[in-house]
Design a protein around this ligand. Structure first.
Ligand code: 2P0
Length: 325
């Protein structure tokens, strides 16, 4: 009873920023991402009769504490579903997501864990069901089941059965590039889980954020279908700015930006003034991701690398969905 799955991380163009149910991980809004080929997790799950507890090995090191608890809780969802209580697993993960790049490895991590666990238990889950399971490990991970352009449906039901990812356009629909701009990093002091909760509970700007989302989502999908880069990029950049604005209205207020974050934002805006279409987006950390078209790669990378505080720029193409090794 053993299987290996590989899943890629993703970057949201329309952000998930808040939960309506924290235990089931149900979001306050539908959101949309691109799966990236540059960063992935490969996980082998091996259920063994002789184990009396789960074992989690990440990058060759045995893990304990909160990450172990998250993995074993996630395995428990599948054990309950398969009616295999008392059957434990050795989980071995290799993470090709440099933490410095500011991508949550939880997205590729929980997607690969879910895929490998379901396969090892011979569950034959369809993709929406697999996405629903994955969502309960980490919200953004439910989008990493699919390649290309992916929407996470917020759903309406209390039990979460209608909250899962759906593919919007496949990997080969559109050759976009995403540069992960790694900055000289300081410690991140508000995790995304804590940050989004504080924002939902206290931000005076949260209602405005929520109100603006359905239109952003509809419009960006029109842009993706038409491959209208200016439309898609400008909606994504504005959506990111609105998400980050909500943190300034929280009590106590906070921001994920550093001075160098703003330097990169300025570089991107200057590129546009000079006639090159490029747009930024930022998650719950200081690093910036820049979306651009392949023909502009040389110009975009030169300007990003010349920006103060930039340590490294890592380029991704649009990636594929979960696969089994
Ligand atoms: C996103 N982020 O849509 C947003 C944008 C960060 C900013 O999803 O609590 O690790 O595990 O569901 O998915 C990061 O949060 O949070 C995230 P949990 P997750 O990509």
């Amino acid at each position: 009873m053993r299987a290996t799955a590989k899943a890629h991380t993703n970057i949201a163009l329309i952000k998930y920023w808040g939960k309506r149910n924290e235990e089931l991980i149900l979001p306050t809004n539908s959101n949309l991402s691109i799966t990236l080929d540059g960063f992935y997790t490969e996980t082998t799950v091996h259920f063994k009769e002789e184990l009396d507890r789960d074992v989690f090995i990440l990058n060759e090191k045995e893990i304990s504490g909160i990450p172990y608890d998250q993995v074993t809780n996630h395995l428990q969802l599948f054990r309950n579903y398969a009616n295999r209580q008392g059957l434990f697993a050795e989980v071995r993960s290799l993470n090709k997501v440099p933490t410095a790049a500011g991508f949550a490895s939880s997205a590729s991590g929980f997607a690969a864990l879910s895929g490998a666990t379901a396969k090892a238990l011979e569950l034959e889950l369809d993709e929406p069901t697999l996405s629903r399971f994955t969502r309960q490990g980490s919200g953004s991970a439910c989008r990493s089941i699919y390649g290309g352009f992916v929407q996470w449906e917020m759903g309406k039901l209390d039990d979460g059965s209608d909250s899962y990812a759906i593919p919007i356009a496949p990997q080969d629909h559109w050759d976009l590039r995403v540069a992960a701009v790694v900055l000289t990093a300081k410690e991140k002091d508000v995790s995304s889980r804590v940050g989004m909760k504080r924002t939902v509970d206290t931000s005076v700007f949260y209602d405005g954020w929520l109100e603006s989302l359905p239109r952003d989502l509809e419009e960006i999908k029109v842009g993706i279908a038409a491959k209208d880069f200016e439309k898609v990029g400008s909606i994504a950049e504005a959506n990111c700015l609105k998400m980050h604005a909500t943190t300034l209205g929280a009590i106590p207020p906070f921001t994920y930006w550093q001075d160098t974050t703003m330097s990169v934002m300025e570089t991107v805006q200057q590129l546009r003034k000079d006639g090159t279409l490029a747009y930024f987006t930022i998650d719950a950390g200081p690093n910036v991701k820049v979306v651009y078209l392949p023909e502009d790669e040389e110009k975009v990378l030169a300007q990003l690398n010349a920006t103060n505080g930039v340590e490294e720029v890592i380029v991704s193409k649009v990636g594929k969905g979960i696969s089994y090794v």
